[in-house]
Design a protein around this ligand. Structure first.
Ligand code: ADP
Ligand code: MG
Length: 274
C-alpha cells in the first residue's frame, strides 16, 4: 500500500490565516481564527474543538459556502472527482427517494442515468440500504438517514470529503458501526478527508492527524498523530495507546472547554474512557 500521506505534493486543503467575523455595526462576533491548516492528499484529518469554536464555520469556508473575513483557502479537487460535504444536518431531500438522494451528485455531474443508478445502488448496497432504494427519507431511522448522506457523498467518488459531525446525532452503538464503515471505505479509496467532530474517541479512531482547536475564536492549538497503522479496525479502541492519547488530548482541551453544551458534550465523550 502507498504511504497514506505524500507531503511533497500540494495539499488538498490549504488554509492560511483564515478568520471569520459575524454581525455588523452593533455586535460583532469573532467566530474563527486566524487559522492555518494543510490537509495532504490521502490524509484523514480530524478537527476537534469545543462547541461554538468555529468548526462548522471553518468547514463551510473550505466548502466555499461561507466567505472568510480574512485569509485564504484553497481546495484542490477535480471535476471528475469533486469535493463532497456531509453537513451537520445530513442535508438529504425529503421529497426524493433514497436512490434519487444518493444519485443526486451524479445527476449534477450529468452521469448517464443507467450508470448513475448502478453506482448509487452499489453504495446503497455497501451501506446496508439496498432494500430502501425506493423509500422516502421520512420512513428511515436517524442512522439510516445518515447512511444515505454518506452514500450520496461517496457516490461521486470525491477526491476530498468534508464532514461536519456526521455521527453526532446517533446513539453510541450505531456511531461505532458507522465509524468502522467509514474507516473501511476511506482506507479502500484513499480519499482525503477533513472531519469535524467534538468526539475525541472518533477523532482518534479515524484520524491520521487530530487537530485541536481553541475556544472561540478557534485557532489550532495542538495536533497529534494517532500511532495506529493502517488498515485500522475498531479494535484499536481497546488498546492502551488509545486511552493514553485520549487523556492527553482531553488535557489539551480541558482549558478550552467552557461551561455549557460544548463543555458537557466533550466531558462526556472524554469521560467514557478515562
Ligand atoms: P462549532 O461548529 O464549532 O460549534 P460554529 O462555527 O457553528 O461553531 O459557530 C462559531 C460561532 O460563530 C458561534 O458563536 C456562532 O454563534 C457564530 N455563528 C456561526 N454562524 C453564524 C451566522 N451565520 N451568523 C451569526 N453568527 C454565526
Ligand atoms: Mg458545528
Amino acid at each position: 500500500m502507498e504511504p497514506h500521506t505524500t507531503p511533497t505534493a500540494a495539499p488538498k486543503v490549504r488554509a492560511r490565516a483564515v478568520t471569520r467575523t459575524f454581525g455588523h455595526s452593533g455586535r460583532q462576533v469573532h467566530a474563527l481564527g486566524p487559522l492555518d491548516l494543510d490537509v495532504q492528499h490521502g490524509e484523514f484529518c480530524c478537527v476537534v474543538g469545543p462547541s461554538g469554536c468555529g468548526k462548522s464555520t471553518f468547514l463551510r469556508i473550505v466548502a466555499g459556502l461561507v466567505r472568510p473575513s480574512g485569509g485564504e483557502v484553497e481546495l484542490r479537487a477535480g471535476r471528475r472527482h469533486p469535493a463532497a460535504m456531509i453537513p451537520q444536518d445530513y442535508g438529504i431531500y425529503d421529497w426524493k427517494t433514497v436512490l434519487a438522494n444518493v444519485r443526486f451528485g451524479l445527476d449534477v455531474q450529468r452521469v448517464p442515468r443507467k450508470a448513475a443508478n448502478a453506482r448509487a445502488r452499489d453504495w446503497l448496497d455497501r451501506l446496508g440500504l439496498a432494500d430502501f432504494a425506493d423509500a422516502y427519507p421520512a420512513a428511515l431511522s436517524g442512522g439510516m438517514r445518515q447512511r444515505v448522506a454518506i452514500a450520496r457523498a461517496l457516490a461521486v467518488e470525491p477526491e476530498v470529503l468534508l464532514m461536519d459531525e456526521p455521527f453526532a446525532a446517533l446513539d453510541a452503538q450505531l456511531r461505532t458501526i458507522l465509524q468502522d464503515e467509514l474507516l473501511a471505505v476511506c482506507q479502500a479509496t484513499r480519499i482525503t478527508a477533513l472531519f469535524v467532530t467534538h468526539s475525541l474517541e472518533e477523532a482518534i479512531v479515524l484520524g491520521d492527524r487530530v487537530v485541536v482547536m481553541s475556544a472561540r475564536p478557534g485557532r489550532v492549538i495542538a495536533e497529534r498523530r494517532p500511532p495506529f497503522e493502517r488498515p485500522r479496525t475498531g479494535q484499536l479502541r481497546r488498546s492502551p495507546e488509545f486511552a493514553a492519547l485520549q487523556s492527553e488530548l482531553w488535557e489539551l482541551l480541558r482549558g478550552e472547554v467552557q461551561t455549557g453544551a460544548g463543555g458537557a458534550a466533550m466531558a462526556q465523550s472524554a469521560g467514557k474512557r478515562s
